[in-house]
Design a protein around this ligand. Structure first.
Ligand SMILES: Nc1nc2c(ncn2[C@@H]2O[C@H](COP(=O)(O)OP(=O)(O)OP(=O)(O)O)[C@@H](O)[C@H]2O)c(=O)[nH]1
Length: 311
């Protein structure tokens, strides 16, 4: 029997720190005595400090007030209500990246700050597409750092997919132009483009992404078909401000959240879903190539809430 854990096991294992923290924040609030306003206030506060967002906290409070006021409140019941409410928020946004562009290739621009897990996510997405028998090509559009180009080349080699790259300090739009040209000529299905993640200079970043967009548009008016923002869950609330900043500089069409295994702040996925309603294509729960997948909203909700089912 293989000892490799399944995706579900990795999902629940990865999110254990998040559900444990939620449990710690709620400890002491399960009442043998009747549930009262003060306990409801404390539960609402505990949900907010667990990064689930104020709107979610209020909704759960209201459900408890309706169903359990003046009654005993058990941990199991509370976690189930939390899981149900989280699922309602995640279900409409959980959306796999589909390859449906015609003519090919589908161009996926990947944006995000340095260190968010962008390069690894590109490799993981490429792997997912390869598993579905699509022809994949990578483009090293982050020409600012030689290390970023080198890293992507290593992944391309490991995955056995072609890559188009330029020199450090070269013109990113030029790299992307060449990549689309080659991808079109060789019948590639999906071209995944890495981009620079410098947020320090918003104007420059915006200009660069605009230029990439213009160049793409010249070859294929529908490109880029997807603009995927990669967010690092360990940055907590900061991930939310990154959504705002990147929405200003580019038309973000969907999110990938990484490093959900490395943090107790996984609740931020729910806050992001509720506040921005952008599609969430996949989540990362580890450093290995298979640790990124589209997610099932019900499983994800249970993993965050830590229901008995998840444990
Ligand atoms: N634990 C964990 N680590 C991850 C995950 N995704 C990426 N990482 C790690 O995060 C680190 C940064 O990932 P990169 O892919 O290099 O990030 P990047 O955004 O391209 O960063 P730069 O190369 O600095 O631009 C690496 O050590 C990855 O292995 C994840 O889902 N879980």
């Amino acid at each position: 029997m293989s000892s490799t854990p399944s995706w579900r096991e990795r999902l629940f294992g990865g999110l254990k720190r998040t559900s444990d923290r939620l449990g710690d924040n709620l400890t002491g609030l399960f009442t043998k005595a009747a549930l009262d306003d003060q306990t409801l206030d404390e539960i609402e506060e505990a949900l907010i400090v667990s990064d689930l967002g104020p709107a979610m906290a209020v909704r759960i409070r209201e459900r408890l007030a309706e169903g359990r006021f003046n009654k005993e409140l058990t941990e199991e019941y509370l976690r189930e209500i939390i899981a149900e409410e989280i699922e309602k928020v995640l279900a409409p946004v959980a959306r796999e990246l589909e390859i449906e562009a015609f003519p090919r290739p589908q161009v996926i621009l990947v944006i995000g700050v340095n260190g968010s897990g962008k390069t690894t996510t590109i490799a993981k997405l490429a792997n997912l597409f390869l598993e579905q028998d699509y022809g994949v090509m990578l483009a090293a559009g982050d020409t600012f750092r030689a290390a970023a180009i080198g890293q992507l080349k290593i992944w391309a080699e490991r995955l056995g997919v072609p890559i188009v790259s330029g020199k450090e300090g070269g013109d990113a739009a030029g790299v992307v132009f060449e990549a689309v040209k080659q991808a079109t000529e060789t019948g590639i299905d999906v071209l995944i483009v890495d981009t620079a993640g410098r947020l320090q200079n918003k104007r420059e970043l915006m200009d660069e992404l605009d230029k990439i967009r213009r160049v793409l548009g010249r070859l294929n008016p529908a490109a880029p078909h997807d603009v995927v923002l990669v967010l690092d869950a360990t940055t907590g609330q900061n991930a939310l401000s990154q959504i705002e900043v990147f929405q200003d500089v580019a038309k973000v069409t969907g999110l990938v959240m990484t490093k959900l295994d490395g943090t107790a702040r996984g609740g931020i996925l729910v806050a992001a879903a509720e506040k921005y309603r952008l599609p969430i294509h996949a989540i990362g729960v580890g450093e290995k190539i298979e640790d990124l997948r589209p997610f099932d909203p019900g499983d994800m909700a249970k993993a965050i809430a830590g229901t008995a089912y998840a444990r």
